[in-house]
Structure formats: structure tokens, C-alpha cells
Design a protein around this ligand. Structure first.
Ligand code: BTN
Length: 329
């Protein structure tokens, strides 16, 4: 979509009622037939625009796809999402973002897709990515920090997503499950997959991949007990571009603060307040071994602090945590 088409969409979106064709011509310095072409372009992209003789144009509804022009309506970032590559279909937005990052894409560039044919989750799992319902996107970062700090970005992202979700749906009881999930009622709503290209000392780039189940109404039988969506939880369909912008707005704010700090200390109270695991007995699966303990908190470096049977507290830096009660059920 051209800059002018996006500009006209933004103008229609901010207008209170109808905007005459004549006014759009004047404001954008274009002819009436050019205005009409842009309106047609917007309609083709799925926006509903009413045209009334004598009154002008009125935006009735956005397409709801996470395209650049629609996300931009709700963005208030300096760099996150200001360059946004939208794909109707891709294998994985993380895969595309890594290619773009390797080719020099600037910090904050985002790849988003309506459908992923091979969406990837943590630990080699797949991420079910049906078309037209959810958000799948990846943010390219170039943090000037030592690579040992990069895993902290996963928790930072979880906090940003949580804040955006709660702002979008105030009643929702979403919990952050260390290190990368957002869950509601024990079911997964969102996952984060961070990947980086780094030397031992420096991170060249980081790709933060985020999948949020937004408007999905039904889940395949194998996910029924484990996955949910905002729509299933609230009964409402959400505007995906607005939610995506909300996450990016919150993410940029926390990311900039994190760059100024040494660690996650500034966000720990938030992470602990909304933690699913705080004070609970858990089992952390590290593939080669399982560690059982009681969650005491999160360390400033992002590690899960696990109280052991012998009274010591052990920092756990990676693994998949599950509530012990879920194991015995
Ligand atoms: C997990 O919880 O296992 C992480 C899931 C991450 C899924 C997102 S969807 C957008 C991005 N592209 C991918 O292929 N994966 C991430």
C-alpha cells in the first residue's frame, strides 16, 4: 500500500464522520480521481468505506489484517514496527526476520503474517498458525549488550505482551509463565521464541517471535485442553492491528528502559505479581534432567529461583516449567 493510501486511511480513521472528496483532494494535493483510486485500493485491501453523495467518505471498518497502514494507526513508538513487512502467508515470520536481519534490516523492523505454514515454537515444536485469526510476528533487535543478557529479552517481551493484553481486555486474568508463555486458566494464550546471532561477547541481532491466539474460535482436539484465545476467554473479537501496535508500544518502552539498566530488576515486581508460578511447586524439564522445587521468585538476570528440598535456592536459567500438580493430575 502506498504512503498516500496509508495517509488517506489515517485521515479517514481520525475523522469524526464524513470527509468530502474535495477536502481529501485539498489536504493531499491530489485530484478527485486519484482520491477515488486510493479509496478503491483501501476497499480492495478489506477496509469498509462508505461513500455518500453530498457528504463524502466514511470509514466503517478496518480490514483487521495486521498490515502496516492499519498497525500504524495505533503505534506510538519511535522505531518498533515503523518498518513492517506484512505477508499473507509465510513459513515462519522468525525465519523471514532472520533473513532480513542478516541482510541489514534496521532495529525495530517487524515481519508479520496472516498465516504461517511452518510456525515454530520452542524446543523444536511447531506453532499452529491458522489464517485470519491470530497474530504471528517477529521483531528485529540489535541490542548493544553482551550476549549473556539477550535471554532476558524473552521475559521482557512476556511482560510487554501481558501489559498490552490487560490494556486491551481489562478483565482478563492472564499470567506469565516463566520464561516465555502467557496463560489464562492454565491454557496457553501466547508464546515467545527469541533467536539470536551472536559472538561469545556481542549479539549481532535478535529476533523476537511472538504468537498470540487472538480471535481463534476453535482448537484442534490435541490442543483443546492446552490452548486458548482472547476470543474464547472474553467472547469478543479483537482488532489485530490495534493489539499488535499495543504490544509494540509496550515492548519499546520496556526495551529502552532495559538497555539503560544492567538487568531486569526494574520489571521484577511486575513479573512476580503476574507470575503463574510464584510460590508454587514446579518441575523444570531441561530435556536431560528434571528439577523439582518451589518457586521463590525471578532473579534480576531472568533465572527462575527454585527453593530446593535441602533449603538452598537454585537459579535455573533454562527449561520448561510445569506446576507439579499438573504432573499428578
Ligand atoms: C513457544 O511458546 O513455543 C513459542 C512460540 C512462538 C511462536 C511465534 S509465531 C511468530 C513467530 N514465528 C514463528 O515461527 N514462531 C514465532
Amino acid at each position: 500500500m502506498s504512503g498516500l493510501t496509508s495517509g488517506i486511511l489515517a485521515r479517514l480513521h481520525s475523522a469524526d464522520g464524513y470527509l468530502s472528496g474535495e477536502r481529501l483532494c485539498r489536504e493531499f494535493g491530489i485530484t478527485r480521481s486519484a482520491v477515488w483510486k486510493h479509496i478503491r485500493q483501501l476497499r480492495l485491501s478489506g477496509c469498509r468505506i462508505e461513500a455518500v453523495t453530498g457528504s463524502g467518505y466514511r470509514l466503517l471498518a478496518l480490514s483487521g489484517a495486521p498490515v502496516s497502514a492499519e498497525v500504524a494507526l495505533f503505534l506510538n513508538t519511535g522505531f518498533a514496527g515503523r518498518i513492517l513487512h506484512y505477508r499473507m502467508e509465510t513459513e515462519s515470520t522468525n525465519l523471514e526476520a532472520k533473513l532480513l536481519a542478516a541482510a541489514g534490516a534496521p532495529e525495530g523492523s517487524v515481519v508479520t503474517a496472516d498465516f504461517q505454514s511452518a510456525g515454530r515454537g520452542r524446543l523444536g515444536r511447531s506453532w499452529v498458525s491458522p489464517a485470519g485469526e491470530n497474530l504471528y510476528f517477529s521483531v528485529i533487535l540489535r541490542p548493544p549488550v553482551a550476549s549473556y543478557r539477550v535471554p532476558q529479552i524473552t521475559l521482557l517481551s512476556a511482560a510487554a505482551i501481558h501489559r498490552a493484553l490487560v490494556e486491551a481486555l481489562s478483565g482478563i486474568d492472564a499470567r506469565i509463565k516463566w520464561p516465555n508463555d502467557i496463560v489464562v486458566g492454565g491454557k496457553k494464550l501466547c508464546g515467545v521464541l527469541c533467536e539470536m546471532q551472536a559472538d561469545p561477547d556481542t549479539a549481532h541481532f535478535v529476533v523476537v517471535g511472538i504468537g498470540i491466539n487472538v480471535n481463534q474460535g476453535e482448537f484442534p482436539p490435541d490442543l483443546l485442553d492446552r490452548a486458548t484465545s482472547l476470543r474464547c476467554e472474553s467472547g469478543f473479537s479483537l482488532c489485530r492491528p490495534e493489539l499488535l501496535a499495543g504490544v509494540l508500544n509496550r515492548f519499546e518502552e520496556l526495551y529502552l528502559q532495559w538497555l539503560r539498566e544492567d538487568d531486569l530488576g526494574f520489571i521484577l515486581p511486575y513479573l512476580e505479581r503476574y507470575s503463574l508460578l510464584h510460590g508454587r511447586d514446579v518441575i523444570v524439564d531441561q530435556l536431560t534432567r528434571q528439577i523439582a522445587g518451589t518457586v521463590k521468585g525471578i532473579a534480576p538476570g531472568g533465572e527462575l529461583l527454585l527453593g530446593m528440598a535441602d533449603g538452598t535456592v537454585r537459579p535455573i536459567s533454562s527449561g520448561e516449567a510445569s506446576l507439579s500438580s499438573a504432573y499428578t493430575m
